[in-house]
Write a protein that binds this ligand. Structure first.
Ligand SMILES: CC(=O)CC(=O)C(=O)O
Ligand SMILES: [Mg+2]
Length: 220
């Protein structure tokens, strides 16, 4: 069945944003977390989306907002318990994404054993690039992603460093949470996460494929 909605604007669909944490060993280590043996999952609401031309807003309750550059996978065909060998048939394309994280709040949540919602799911916590059709990335398991703050390189990694591959993640997630057309999976961040301030300019890219620019602001 074909959909009347256009996946080129997947962020308007209001579907799930499923995030994978600690999927790069060097990032797990920089935050002194154990390297996971099973994917760490959390969710963002669709109100977290922000696209170029709008600003990333620092949540009023945070004083340590971090960038996390990640490859996003846009689901084109839904499914439950999708086998790994069929997983890529469910992918419509990709997007470069930021998993903006209120690190001070996340640290407090971890200490208190509370969920990460305030740290990860606030408005504008998921900046995204334009939609990248599947054919434009021949091997999503081998692309370079990077992020600069005010012209300074802070993050640079390759998706080949991911602990859990995209087919594995689609299969694993879909056994627990049914995937729907328009869902987005954030696949985790490489090392180099750091603080951003009001008025900073974030420039991020997938080498040779896409780049995107966002400004950071604070609500008045
Ligand atoms: C510790 C984290 O915030 C995990 C995360 O989001 C990641 O990408 O890794
Ligand atoms: Mg992340």
């Amino acid at each position: 069945m074909t959909s009347s909605r256009n996946l080129n604007r997947f962020w308007e669909w209001g579907r799930k944003i499923i995030c994978v944490g600690r999927n790069y060993p060097d990032h797990a280590k920089e935050l002194k977390n154990a390297v996971p043996t099973e994917p760490v999952l959390f969710l963002k609401p669709s109100s977290a989306y922000v696209t170029e031309g709008s600003s990333i807003m620092v949540p009023f309750y945070s004083h340590n907002l971090h960038h996390e550059v990640e490859l996003g996978v846009v689901i084109g065909k839904g499914g439950t318990a999708i086998p790994q060998n069929a997983a890529m048939d469910h992918v419509a394309g990709y997007a470069l994404c930021l998993d903006m994280t209120a690190r001070d709040v996340q640290d407090e949540c971890k200490t208190k054993g509370l969920p990460w919602t305030l740290a990860k799911a606030f408005n504008t916590s998921c900046p995204v690039s334009e939609f990248i059709p599947k054919e434009k990335i021949a091997d999503p398991g081998n692309v370079k992603i990077w992020l600069k703050v005010n012209g300074q390189l802070r993050q640079e990694g390759n998706t080949s460093q991911m602990i859990f591959s995209i087919p594995f993640l689609i299969s694993y997630i879909s056994e627990i949470i049914t995937l729907e057309e328009g869902d987005l999976i954030l696949t985790g961040t490489p090392k180099g996460v750091s603080s951003v301030q009001e008025h900073d300019e974030l420039l991020a890219g997938i080498e040779g494929i896409v780049s995107m620019k966002f400004r950071v602001d604070r609500p008045q």
